[in-house]
Design a protein around this ligand. Structure first.
Ligand SMILES: Nc1ncnc2c1ncn2[C@@H]1O[C@H](COP(=O)(O)OP(=O)(O)OP(=O)(O)O)[C@@H](O)[C@H]1O
Length: 416
């Protein structure tokens, strides 16, 4: 189990984490959510003894990380996939970690197989893609077969197959009774992977509860209603009837109506009474993403503004068709000179060009990781769901936040 008690971290005037208390229990995947800069990585660093708390403490299995005997055999972590010596091959990177922790060398090939990197194990990791680096980081976390695992955005850069694999890996690790604490910004993925959530905003606890409870506590169920597309007056009649009956109607992008505040049979009766035909009337539960957005909208620090393209609205005559309203220059009208005439089309392929080194393999060719053992065949971390976990208590108060930082791996590197 991981436990944080009154964890607080200040960097000068900036409070990154404030009075954070929670437990991450074994046997379930616990998602760690929060907007950019909310303190997730800082919290994980404090749990792993990489940052000292300003006050409060964090323990793993009842002890601070730094006083755990042979910590790499008890705790595995992926914090920053780039924190590897780029000149070292994947195998050598893992071998050096194994040697430092007294882990047998044969375990290296096991974890290379689990993450699907056997084919590139001899390649220097500096040539690895983002996703390959993530896989190497996950391999390092699994090396000591630890009971407690922390993953900071493990699916970052992974392809859909890799994302599915990580999801199943996390669930399997939890089903084996391990403690799995994983941060992610991908809400749809979290909804499929985690059973329990710890949500923070501006360094403070916003929620500590099951995914199911979180969704029902922070969003409303709704009905989707669709009237015949060809008869907009039917839609208007139904909207009016629902409004008069106290329901709230929001148009959906696809033309349907989202109705809250009325049960489905009542909506059906109202439609019948207004002589409106229905093409759809279906119950819906809000997604984790909707619930998360609802809860965290007041603690988001970094918001985009509309791109006004100041000073770029006026495109020189002859460079844009009428009605052009910003964006990159476009092709000239007929009879006008084309300033890009000598350039190859963007993204296009010059006549006679052939794919060179670095192009992805064509369909049917081997995967660059050549990973039958991990991609297709069953591996030790299969597909069983994790066991459920009871909810714990929430708490909260606001505090400031700023820029995210890169994190080193909790291990000794040996740069050559
Ligand atoms: N070493 C540091 N010095 C100063 N400020 C820091 C340091 N590390 C983190 N911070 C600040 O602490 C806050 C929390 O950062 P942290 O990286 O923990 O957030 P996060 O939730 O992991 O963000 P993201 O989701 O973007 O990765 C940010 O405001 C960040 O700028």
């Amino acid at each position: 189990m991981i436990e944080a008690v009154g964890l607080t971290k200040r960097y000068g005037a900036k409070t990154a984490v404030y009075n954070l208390s929670f437990q991450v229990r074994p046997g379930t995947v616990t998602g760690f959510l929060g907007p950019n800069g909310s303190g997730k990585s800082t919290t994980m660093r404090m749990i792993l003894g990489l940052d000292a708390p300003t006050s409060g403490h964090a323990t793993i299995a009842g002890r601070p990380f730094r006083s755990l005997p042979n910590a790499p055999r008890q705790v595995g972590a992926l914090l920053d996939a780039k924190a590897v010596h780029g000149g070292r091959s994947a195998r050598h990177h893992l071998l050096s970690l194994a040697q430092l922790s007294g882990i047998p060398a044969r375990r290296v090939d096991e974890v290379l197989g689990v993450v699907g990197l056997q084919e590139v194990a001899g390649r220097r990791s500096k040539g690895f893609s983002l996703g390959m680096g993530q896989r190497l980081g996950i391999a390092a976390a699994l090396l000591g077969d630890p009971q407690v695992l922390l993953f900071d955005e493990p699916v970052n850069g992974l392809d859909p197959e890799g994302i599915l694999w990580v999801r199943n890996l996390m669930k399997q690790l939890a089903a084996e009774g391990r403690t799995v604490f994983v941060s992610s910004h991908l809400m749809s993925e979290m909804a499929l992977t985690a059973e329990h959530l710890i949500v923070i905003g501006r360094g403070q606890l916003l929620a500590d509860m099951s995914v199911k409870d979180f969704i029902s506590a922070h969003s409303a169920d709704f009905a989707r209603v669709r009237t015949p597309d060809t008869e907009p007056e039917q839609r208007e009649k139904l909207t009016a009837a629902i409004g008069e009956a106290g329901g709230q109607v929001t148009p959906e992008p696809d033309g349907a109506l989202r109705v809250t505040g009325l049960p489905l049979p009542r909506i059906s009766d109202l439609a019948h009474g207004a002589e409106v035909r229905l093409w759809e009337l279906s119950p819906h539960q809000a997604s984790l993403e909707e619930a998360y957005m609802q809860m965290t909208q007041s603690v988001v620090d970094y918001r985009s503004t509309t791109d006004q393209r100041a000073g770029l609205q006026q495109v020189p005559a002859g460079y844009a068709p009428q009605g052009y309203a910003g964006g990159p220059p476009v092709a000239p009208g007929p009879g006008q000179p084309n300033p890009y005439a000598q350039q190859a089309p963007y993204g296009g392929q010059a006549p006679g060009a052939v794919p060179g080194a670095g192009h992805p393999p064509a369909q049917g060719q081997g995967h660059p990781y050549g990973a039958p053992a991990s991609y297709g065949a069953p591996h030790p971390y299969g597909q069983q769901p994790a066991a459920p976990m009871p909810p714990a208590a929430p708490a909260a108060q606001p505090a400031p936040a700023a820029q995210p930082v890169a994190m080193p791996m909790p291990q000794n590197e040996d740069p050559r």
